[in-house]
Design a protein around this ligand. Sequence first.
Ligand code: RB5
Length: 152
Amino acid sequence: MKIALGCDHGGYLLKESIKNHLEKKGFECLDYGTHFTESVNYPLYAKKVGYSVANLECELGILCCGTGIGMSIAANKMQGVRAAVVSDTFSARATREHNNSNVLCLGERVVGESLALVIVDTWLEAEFQGGRHQERLDLVEQLERSLKYKTI
Ligand code: RB5
């Protein structure tokens, strides 16, 4: 499975650690940067990973920033992206099983490295349950389409 990775300066160390962890487990990682600790703007990296996942270049994506929140806000602006900020293993499992999230967002300043790696493993191992959850995601998709060119 190919996984897109991205981060800003606030999530750089965690992204590197996740990449190392995933490559050891045999996953192919496409690293969209940043590759440095200098300050950068997180939406640029959310966009790269979001496109990669939405265009099916990568099956899933992982984004790291200071909190995970900015990355999730930016990534969720993109059609077809279902990004979830997670800081516990229960939510990691639930957001795959129920929301079919395709992008995981983590905050380097929120979760420690060891917990983050368990969250990543839990998220990757969980499977979407479909059924009533698919009906709900269909409604989310309708919302996404209906609001695309309208203002409220
Ligand atoms: C950068 O300082 C920080 O704002 C960013 O990494 C992230 O936490 C935004 O949501």
